[in-house]
Design a protein around this ligand. Sequence first.
Ligand code: GLN
Ligand code: ZN
Length: 768
Amino acid sequence: MTNIHNLGFPRIGEQRSLKVALEQYWQGLMSQQDLLRTGIKLRKHHWRLQEKAGLDHLPVGDFSWYDHVLDTSVMLGAIPERFGWQGGEVDLNTYFRMARGRAPSGDQVAACEMTKWFDTNYHYIVPELNRHQQFSLSSNKLFDEVHEAQARGVAARPVILGPLSFLWLGKVRGEVFDKLDLLERLIPIYAEIFTRLQQQGVEWIQIDEPILVLDLDHAWQQAFRTCYTKLADQRPQLLLTTYFGGLRDNLELACSLPVEGLHLDAVRACHEVDKVARSLADGRVLSVGCVDGRNIWRNDLRNTLDMLKPLHAQLGSRLWLAPSCSLLHVPLDVQWETEMDSEIRSWLAFARQKLDELAVLRQALDDGEDSVSDALEQASQAIASRRCSERVYRPEVRQRVQTMHSEMESRQSPYTERARQQQEWLKLPCYPTTTIGSFPQTQAIRSRRRQFRKGELDAAEYRAFMQAEIEQVIRVQEEIGLDVLVHGEPERNDMVEYFGEQLEGFAFTSHGWVQSYGSRCVKPPIIYGDVVRSAPMTVDWICYAQSLTDKPVKGMLTGPVTILNWSFVRDDQRQSDTCLQIALALRDEVHDLEAAGIRIIQVDEAALREGLPLRKDDWEEYLEWAVRSFRITVSGVDDATQIHTHMCYSDFNDIMPSIAAMDADVITIETSRSDMELLDAFESFEYPNAIGPGVYDIHSPNVPTLEHILYLMQQAGRRIQAERLWVNPDCGLKTRGWKEVTEALRIMVAAAEELRSSAAHTCHFATC
Ligand code: GLN
Ligand code: ZN
């Protein structure tokens, strides 16, 4: 009999009940006991759902109050000193202070860093490791949850992040050292965990080592061998799980480790399945991740069966089936999408549906396809309907892509000539000042948007309200003395959703929440079809803003790569093709803005870098189409039209040539937290165009001082010529309050003025 199982279940619960409880607890409105009760209820419910789907063992320990990597740090006693932990069981408030800097009790303290989990939009809390790091088993959460599951009769399979992946994801603090030096100290703690679990009667442990899909050097590969050899005895059986990609040069290593089972992401690495099946020693289990845990499309069950049947014949009961990775990255249940178009809904499978797909696959293998012919037929029909739906294929889009020519990818003149023409009409002072787009999104703005959505506000009332907002934003910027103004983006709920909602080919869920970090969830749009822009999306608002002022107003768009990377994407064509379609739609918007007299246009590519493939070998191909898509978006304009782009990071070291190849006239980036150290990349690579390194950290409520901004600009000036520098905040201001924003921008403008007066003699700007 074929085993079916799951690597992890979404934690946030129906109606995001975990989010609600956590936020109440943080605000002191819920007791710890009630919070703990919420956890028990959620876990019970999630186990019940998975049992109902017929899984043979259920993941336990995948539930987390905030993040599973933080859970691991806490379990291993890797608690940075500033949290004042004295040993013993780490309490929940220390845990939350590590996650977010504060908890209902305990001092406020700098939270641990947060960063993206592989190539997903989930953020984990980065472990901090120092040279003298000690580890000790410091949490009973996992054992308690195993106990809790067993008491309910659940076939519990604990999930643990493996020691190598834990170390890899950690960040060295203090004196520099090789993180692998800590492995020796870590292994005994893992051994202790295994022993405890064995004593609890656990048969299988799922040990996640996703770094096996990354580029590992010899030392790390060797460390895998040493570590798992040392952990080979006196423990429950280990299912070593890898996901988010193929094993490639780590394949032999993964297959040779002394564990009892190996999980492979057969969605992203279906071509490796046979090889892994052949390479695994006798008796070992192969868990095939054959249902996509990263996307929301229904499985092509017949196709999947074609892959599985030979494996079933070869491996028998040693073949297990699972989603490709934890289901953390998909929404919970498509049944709640009652408002979605029923045809589109029939194409989708969320977490619960994916488990049902596993059950069908198993039955087809064990009892023959006839036993599930209806389910197979339904899946095939859904796939077929998607394949030939008129909503998916739009001949006019296909035609346009086919007739594209290379001139569409380049501006008419090189940057220096464009800059000259732009400056001729812009007449900007040196160190021009601007912002990134959004201004504070007040409660009033949010509630008006909501009312409009619900039909409680008519279009004219809505428009009048938004225009008043825009006017206020313009007046404030004029009064502060900024050089290039923005309209403030009050009409936008989210920088991707706003565009997705106006483009054809996108669908939206009403309950499709996915955890982004802690209690924060997002509802990614679903790109299901060819992308068509049926009408201008931003022109009205921006032109209204421009009509109020003589200063230039910058048009604001989200770039094609960012829209793609923050959505669930099509699996029936290459991502590069989808990106190109979005680029063409945005190109039309750029064109319309320009035609309406908007001569500075910013195309945000906040997510370009995070879309980088996990393997370096794949970077070039990605960067090539990502940069091309950006260029196609912006290159239709006149030389005198100034193109800006914005990126929420500036760690460009590896990809500097690609950033330069985007050929934006001005790029604004995030740098203020690092004292401009992140600009080091600009020292070794001469970036050819203009740059606005962020001087105001918008992630903090603090107002920067004049001296600090001057200091940051001086640092920037050491790496970049003064006449190429702009002065701006790190990112959009939408999460900040009006008071701090106006104060900060005033100081920023004062700093620019001071720079101008001291730099006048060196600056080449005609107007200076
Ligand atoms: N223009 C957007 C804003 O200001 C950019 C946001 C972002 O980069 N994340 O809000
Ligand atoms: Zn940003």
